[in-house]
Write a protein that binds this ligand. Sequence first.
Ligand SMILES: C[S@@+](CC[C@H](N)C(=O)[O-])C[C@H]1O[C@@H](n2cnc3c(N)ncnc32)[C@H](O)[C@@H]1O
Length: 440
Amino acid sequence: MSESPQFRVVELFAGVGGFRLGLEKSGWNVVWSNQWEPSTREQHASKCYVSHFGQQGHVCDDIAKIVARPGECIVPDHELLVGGFPCQDYSVAKPLAQAAGIQGKKGVLWWSIYEMLDLKRPPFVLLENVDRLLKSPASQRGRDFAIILSCLAQLGYAAEWRVVNAAEYGFPQRRRRVFLYAHRLDWRGYAWKPLRRIYADGVMARALPVSQAGMRGLFEAEEERIPEPDLPPLDPNPYVVSETFGRGLARSQFENAGVMIEGRVWTRTVTPAYRGKTRSLGDVVAKTESVPERFFVSDDRVGQWEYLKGPKAEPRVDKKTGHEYRYSEGGMAFPDPLDRAARTILTGEGGTAASRFKHVIRDPESGRLRRLVPEELEELNGFPRGWTDTGMSDGKRAFMMGNALVVGIVQRIGKAIKAEADACQNERAARDDGTVGTDT
Ligand SMILES: C[S@@+](CC[C@H](N)C(=O)[O-])C[C@H]1O[C@@H](n2cnc3c(N)ncnc32)[C@H](O)[C@@H]1O
């Protein structure tokens, strides 16, 4: 089969559609999406999503409710499930003696993804989260990520992950996120060699190349014998993982890249290898005439911003306990330099109040200090300028970009998954024709 089949995607936690923008540019077809903001009447993200992609196949409702009714499931079959979900506490409650399956904490969105995977079993999965996921919680370093890997193993998936700083691949924002790709083992056309997968031919390595210095000998050895995993095997029962993983560890065992196959984990620290074009904050700066006055910092407020951004070492008193302590933090560049990539956009980026974490630039034309306008934030994430101009305030538009992701990173990963999906599909077709034997 030579033509490229149109693979179907389901997008969870869709926000304003960052995954969809990236995936449609890499040949995928999003057939169903879900976005619902808890405890708000106005569903701005869903409205923005629908204004660009249409209402068909979009549902604005709590995903937990949707997966709770498996008998009347409204989610169509699909080949790729994607979603950027919040980093929460994924611990597993003690299973009741009679209860089948595992019982995750209520309201925790990983368990909705888990239930969806259990129900639909798509061959490919791509998830995104903050990189803290690899380390949390502080009392049991890496436990939450280990629970996710153990659940994926239990559902019959192999997985790869990578922490990606978008600026290290030329994008104008230093946004650091972990991407987790899972691949149903029965769709795997060929055996995964873990080190090759991490450094050379995995989805992440193809999409976002890393240095392979010193690896050649290890790749050759791996052809003969798969190296020992770097971690003890994950228990197949996520409840046991929840109880035991990472106890007493000061540091997470998960490095910035890794592979999990049948509960065995190989994990390495990799270094990006990118020699392409790079963009900086200065490349997205709007013309001064298009910037409303409310984005400029008035002279009488500059001191406040300088204080918040500056270094501190001062005595403070805990308001609740009355406990006195010394508070210290380093200084931040103020204003933000235009010749390097922006810092990470956070959800609190909007609004006029001074803050340590909002960006402030010196407007190149007027020389005045100002915050970033929504169009600049959109471009820092690779969305078309004006994408969120769908009836929400500037503050909400900034919030949406704080929640969103770098579209170009998804596009690169989407392209690599597509190539893998095409290859697997061809392999399966050939196997069905009887022209190749099976490979384990
Ligand atoms: C990290 S954001 C994902 C943003 C998205 N990737 C984008 O490009 O805009 C997570 C999204 O999940 C949504 N969400 C939170 N709880 C939800 C629930 N119970 N059901 C459905 N969506 C939910 C939030 O409103 C938010 O838009």
